[in-house]
Ligand binder design. Structure first.
Ligand code: SAM
Length: 231
């Protein structure tokens, strides 16, 4: 695996956190299950019958679970630098692992391939702007011409007041999901201070810089955004 210093990978090495990982996204990301179904729709628009899909940040296996079980002819390559998250994915994906290869590492460790689509979900927000751009470039380099890259992650506006509102909505949505108020507050503070925020319009520009065309937004759930662009 290519060595990189990344504090957010350390976080996903913690066995206790990994064990409860699958509950988190549903509590914090509005419409999380529907987001996966929307992405299946987007991928099916262009994919050939026996598509090969690259899943960046595949740890936990939540999206692979939906993608693989609803598309029995597709195969997948998943890549993630946190081994415990990959192990959790393999466990969750029992019964469909014959169509899935999991790689331990960063994007550079993924096969060069020639993928029919790629996704990166709830992952790129951990990467600073330079590493995010480099990673997007490397994903796009692995796509066939016209194949889509679909990303979804946290992205706050840069203006002070708008950012404050977006952060409190992030916290308050989690509270409506049943997360304890002080836990939701801590999560909001961690997101505010630790995540290298890249505002929505800058994310779209980075996708264009990576060589993607027709970059559009397909999903917004408060501070969570989903974009698609085509190689
Ligand atoms: C919040 S989880 C999201 C997992 C999954 N995509 C989902 O939506 O449930 C973030 C994942 O990104 C992985 N990750 C962190 N930095 C990464 C990087 N530079 N490249 C690929 N994956 C990374 C972590 O190890 C973790 O498994």
């Amino acid at each position: 695996m290519t060595e990189q210093a990344n504090p957010f990978v350390e976080m996903f090495m913690d066995p206790a956190r990994v064990a409860r990982y699958s509950e988190g996204p549903l509590d914090y990301v509005p419409g999380f299950n529907d987001l996966h179904r929307m992405i299946v729709v987007l991928m099916r628009e262009n994919a050939p019958p026996f598509a090969n899909i690259l899943v960046h940040g595949a740890g936990g296996g939540l999206e692979l679970d939906v993608f693989a079980r609803t598309n029995p002819d597709w195969s997948f390559v998943g890549i993630d630098p946190a081994k415990p998250m990959l192990d959790a994915a393999a466990e969750r994906l029992e019964g469909v692992m014959d169509r899935i290869e999991l790689y331990h590492g960063y994007i550079d460790d993924a096969p060069d391939g020639s993928f029919d689509a790629a996704t990166s979900l709830l992952t790129l927000h951990f990467l600073d702007a330079d590493e995010r751009q480099r990673t997007m470039n490397e994903i796009v380099r692995r796509l066939k011409r016209h194949a889509p890259l679909i990303v979804a992650h946290s992205s706050f506006p840069s203006g002070h007041a708008e950012r404050k509102t977006a952060l409190s909505r992030y916290r308050d949505f989690a509270i409506t999901s049943g997360v304890e108020a002080d836990m939701a507050q801590q999560a909001m503070e961690a997101v505010s201070t630790l995540l290298p925020n890249v505002a929505p319009e800058e994310n779209m520009e980075m996708m264009r810089q990576a060589g993607l065309k027709n970059v559009t937004s397909f999903y917004t759930g408060f501070s969570w955004h989903g974009w698609i662009g085509y190689a």
